[in-house]
Write a protein that binds this ligand. Sequence first.
Ligand code: NAD
Length: 379
Amino acid sequence: MKIAVPLERQPGENRVALVPESIKKLSGAGVEICVETGAGDKAGIPDAEYAAVGAKPMNRASLFQGADILCCVNRPEPDDYPRLQPNAVVIGFLKPLDDPAGLEPVVKGKLSAFAVELIPRITRAQSMDALSSMATVSGYKAVILAAAQLPKMFPLLMTAAGTVPPAKVLVLGAGVAGLMAIATARRLGSVVEAYDVRVAAGQDVKSLGAKFLEVDLGGIETQDAGGYAKELSEEALQRGRDMVAKHAATSDVIITTAAIPGRRAPLMLTEQAMAAMRPGSVVVDLAAGTGGNCAWTKPGETVVRNGVTVMGPLNLPSTIPLHASQLYSRNVTSFLALIAKGGALTIDMADEVVKGACVAFQGGSLHPKLAAALGQPVA
Ligand code: NAD
C-alpha cells in the first residue's frame, strides 16, 4: 500500500499532512510512504528527516502514480486527480460543504474521499478531530497577533515608575478556539471576559479564570444535540449584540470566534459597537472566512478605522506550521488506523466515523450536498 504526501500548493499554505513522527508509526510490512520533495520545508521539516524514517522523497508525478492513499491538508489541485488510480483514497480538508462542485473530479476518477471536517465529533473520534486541532492553533495565534499590535502590555505591572493596569480582553464564542484564546490571554496576564450563547460554555470559561457574560435569552434552547450553537432568532441575536457593544467600548482586545456550522457567521460587533471602541484597540476576527463576526472585517486583510485595528486572518494554523502539521498529522494517522490495516485498505462504511467523513466512495457521490451539486443521486 502506497501512502502519498504532497507539497501543499495553496497560496500561503505552510503545513504538511504527515510529519516524520507519524510516518514512523504508519510504516510497517506492506506500507510504502512517499513524500513530495520539499513537502515539509515550510514547516521546518527537511526531506532528510523524512528519509531518516524511511519515507521516499520524489517528484509530484511519481508521487501520485500508484498511490492508494493521498494525505493532504487542502484539496489537491484539479490536475492532480487524473493522476490517481481508481479507488484511491483522498483525505484532507476537502471543503465538501463550501464548494461541493470542486469535488467533481473525485467522482469522475472513481476515487474515494474523506473530508476531515466531517469526521463526527464523538468521543471515539476525538483523536481524529482536525477541526479542534486547527481551532486550538488559531485561538492561540489570534491572541499573539493582538498582543503584538496593541499599544499596551497585557499583564498588571507594579513598577518603580508606578502601576500599569492589565489589558482587557473580550472573547466572543467560547468553543475550541475561544477557549484557547481565553487561556492564552490569561497566561499573558490580561483580564478576560467571554460570551457564548451556549450556557454550557460558562463552566469552561470560568475554569480558565475568565468572567462569563450572560444574556437573558428568555430560556430558549441555544445548543443542538451535537453540542453546537443553534441559529438564533434576530431578537435573541440582538440581545447578545447589545450586551457585547457595552463591553466592547471598554475592551482593549476582542477576539471573535462565533460560528454556526454550515452557516454564515453571526454578526456580533455592529457598526455602532465598533464606533464606540477606543483608538488603539484591536479586533481579531477568526470568523473572517465565513462572513465575519465584526462589521468592519475584510477577509484576509487588516484594516484600521478610527484608530481601531481589525484583523481578518484566513489561515492562522499555517502561520504556526510545525505544530499545526504535527497535530493534523496525528489526527490523520488516527483516521488512517480506521481505514487501513495490515498494509491494505479496509474501509468499513458501517462505521459511523468512516461513513460520516466520507464524501464519495469509489466514485459514487455519497454526501447529499455533493450529490446535489453534481445532479446525481446519493449512492
Ligand atoms: P464553532 O467553531 O462552530 O463555534 C464557536 C463558538 O461560537 C461555539 O461555542 C458557539 O456556541 C459560539 N456561537 C455561535 N453563535 C454565537 C452567537 N450568536 N453568540 C455567541 N456565541 C456564539 O464551535 P467549536 O469550537 O467547533 O465547538 C463547539 C462545540 O462542540 C463545543 O461545545 C465543543 O465543546 C464541542 N466539541 C466537542 C468535541 C468532541 O466531543 N469530540 C470536539 C470539539 C468540539
